[in-house]
Design a protein around this ligand. Structure first.
Ligand SMILES: *Cc1c(COP(=O)(O)O)cnc(C)c1O
Ligand SMILES: [Zn+2]
Length: 400
């Protein structure tokens, strides 16, 4: 019997509205193939600011009423509860009111993918899965391998050869079954599909981006923590290095839940930051479209956001428009410059992919889209030391 929390109200398909229980659907909608989204009866949740303030800031499971599974059932490594670091140096340099870095590098495997992995692997264990499977650009594979090890499940990870060395190495170290596929994320995804078809691995439980219903739901806790750290003030903009958009969709969902609970009045503007060398969502946003067109020649050093065909782009674009946000792309050089600038000005270590958020915010400030009255939160989705090689070689390219 699957244990769920009191307010959890099933998985709803974003396309056909059908509802399923946790045991009935483990991936996409069985009726139409749409994305499933965990639902909650928020009238059954009596969370107040005082109640939350009284709880230790320990893991993301401190919000268990707003998650599908009770904390005592979670496959957890104490992920989440990351700091929101004030960066007055950046605010001053860029002409913004406040700049804060939500430092997701402090997670167990060094990235925010841990929040999705804890939720998705908990679901897998609840339904009695023996194996989990995913294709990933890197960090999600590492996180899944760690949480599968924690849950004593077998884990199958498909990574492109371009994935960071640390990701491939740690997937091995955690004892997962690693397939490295020549090429990029799309090639890794195709290899996974082939393996599933060929071997009829029906028992392999998917923990893939927007296949499992739980990764974006787990990542919404980044927004809860941000707002709580700001004493329930709402930032003007949350800038997010966007690949598939799981974190952005999750954070927007989190904000709408807090508003419905009466804990905040307004939604923060969600801002998509991408690299000019793979910017399908920025391009759709600028053209006023509701969904992306696949990016023909992805070629950015920001591996975490090199997602040329983000299937959930309609959800991302909805979240951006509904929250009054925007979308911005900057070049790889500017992105790596911003990563170095953050490290030097603030001491905070920002991953190369995440530096797209810093670079995007800097661009929006320069264009007066953000200004002196604005409080801006940058998501540092992974530890800077994971991409030390990229940041360092950028300096070498400049002769230092
Ligand atoms: C996965 C990843 C992203 C993008 O996440 P999406 O939710 O797919 O948009 C951004 N930064 C890093 C470091 C990542 O690993
Ligand atoms: Zn459906």
């Amino acid at each position: 019997m699957v244990a769920t929390t009191a307010a959890f109200d099933g998985l709803a398909c974003v396309d056909c509205d059908e509802r399923f229980s946790v045991a009935e659907a483990t991936g996409r909608c069985p009726a139409c193939g749409g994305i499933l989204d965990p639902q909650y009866d928020l009238s059954a949740v009596g969370l107040t600011r005082e109640e939350l303030a009284g709880r230790p800031f320990d893991t993301m499971w401190r919000y268990e009423e707003l998650l599908p599974f009770p904390r005592e059932r979670a496959v957890t490594l104490d992920e989440g509860a990351t700091p929101l670091v004030e960066c007055p140096e950046l605010a001053e340099a860029w002409g913004l009111g406040r700049v804060l870095i939500k430092d997701e590098g402090r997670n167990p495997t060094g990235s925010f993918k841990d929040r999705g992995a804890t939720a998705a692997v908990t679901a897998a264990r609840e339904v009695g899965a023996s194996d989990v499977v995913l294709a990933s650009a890197g960090n999600a594979g590492q996180a899944a391998a760690a949480y599968a090890a924690r849950a004593d499940l077998d884990c199958h990870v498909f990574l492109p050869s371009r994935a960071d060395f640390v990701n491939k190495a740690m997937v091995n170290v955690h004892g997962a079954d690693l397939t490295v596929v020549g090429g990029r994320i799309g090639d890794a995804g195709a290899a996974m599909e082939d393996a599933l078809d060929e071997h009829e691995h029906e028992d392999w439980h998917p923990v893939q981006t927007f296949v499992t219903p739980y990764r974006h739901d787990g990542k919404k806790t980044m927004l809860y923590e941000t707002v709580e750290a700001m004493e329930f003030e709402v930032p003007d903009a949350v800038v997010y290095p966007t690949g598939g958009g799981v974190g952005l969709v999750g954070m927007h969902k989190g904000a709408t839940e807090l508003r419905e609970l009466g804990l905040i009045d307004e939604l923060p503007s969600m801002v998509v930051a991408q690299s000019e060398d793979c910017a399908p969502i920025v391009s759709a946003y600028e053209a006023g479209r509701d969904r992306h067109e696949p990016w023909a020649t992805p070629d950015t050093v920001c591996g975490g956001i090199e997602i040329p065909d983000p299937g959930a782009s309609p959800l991302v674009l909805d979240a951006v428009r509904e929250s009054g946000g925007t979308a911005v792309a900057t070049g790889d050089d500017a992105i790596l410059d911003a990563g170095v600038e953050v490290a030097r000005a603030t001491g905070a270590e920002m991953g190369a992919t995440c530096a797209a958020a810093a670079s995007g915010a800097r661009r929006l400030a320069a264009e007066d889209e953000l200004g002196e009255d604005d409080t801006v939160v940058l998501l540092n989705t992974a530890a800077g030391s994971k991409s030390a090689d990229l940041l360092r070689s950028h300096l070498m390219g400049q002769g230092t």
